[in-house]
Design a protein around this ligand. Structure first.
Ligand SMILES: O=C(O)CCC(=O)C(=O)O
Length: 241
């Protein structure tokens, strides 16, 4: 999406999903994607938290406090704020959030075969999540909760996220569903019957055969952390650890 294009979410709503999920293909340009990827690659490997099924960076820092729900006030790195934050502002998604904009970004890197367990984003954040995909596609499974509030065993919906796309979840979609990325080396059974945002894809060609091999994908998950502590106030958390 060129920066001169008017940004609007009207045509981006995924109508099959509960309120509200939005998919914006080509949210950033290939050169903007390359810039962000290059800046991420310059960070020392020691900054990454390596988990068994992915690695992640929590920027500007990890959440702290006993409930791990507090951000120590700090600016977002420039490579995460220019381009994406500027463009998100035009969508007015975070207008009503406590800080008026995302103040935190989780950078996840997945190798083929890696994924993330089904989960909810939870109460530490204002209920809007904006995820930009870089370098490669993935599929995201969306699970309903049953009457007991537990996750159903089988996902009800599947979203395909292309490189450079933006996925937004808010409202009921944020609060009443769980999401996860299956650990797979390729995504299969892709098509209009199985992918809820099929008609919104920028380029169906790589997926039309129904199978797409996974490649290394980096995602940027932007959120507004509700509790922010100034450095002095944050010392009490640090001293407790
Ligand atoms: O990588 C993604 O697209 C999903 C990330 C995610 O679910 C999270 O960070 O909570």
């Amino acid at each position: 999406m060129a920066s001169s294009d008017a940004l609007t979410l009207d045509s981006a709503r995924i109508s099959e999903l509960p309120e509200s999920g939005f998919y914006v293909p080509n949210f950033i340009l290939p050169e903007e994607e390359q810039y962000i990827l290059q800046e991420i690659s310059k960070l020392p490997s020691t900054r990454w938290t390596v988990l068994s099924h992915r690695r992640l960076l929590s920027l500007p820092s990890q959440l702290t406090g006993t409930a791990r729900d507090t951000l120590i006030a700090a600016p977002m790195p420039t490579f995460l704020s220019t381009v994406v934050l500027d463009r998100l502002k035009q969508l007015s998604l975070f207008k009503g959030s406590p800080h008026g904009a995302p103040n935190h970004c989780l950078v996840n890197e997945y190798q083929p075969g890696q994924g993330i367990m089904p989960h909810e984003d939870g109460p530490a954040y204002y209920p809007v999540t904006a995820t930009v995909s870089l370098a490669a596609h993935t599929t995201l499974d969306i699970y309903k909760k049953n009457d007991q509030g537990e996750r159903e065993a089988i996902p009800t919906w599947r979203i395909l996220q292309e490189p450079r796309s933006l996925l937004i979840t808010t409202s009921d979609m944020y609060k009443s569903t769980l999401h996860g990325i299956p650990e797979a080396v390729e995504d299969t059974d892709l098509g209009p019957e199985t992918i809820v945002n099929w008609d919104k894809l920028a380029d169906k060609t790589p997926f039309e055969g129904g199978v797409a091999k996974r490649q290394t994908r980096i995602s940027l998950t932007y959120r507004d952390v509700l509790k922010v502590a100034k450095v002095g106030g944050a010392m009490k958390f640090i001293n407790k650890r």
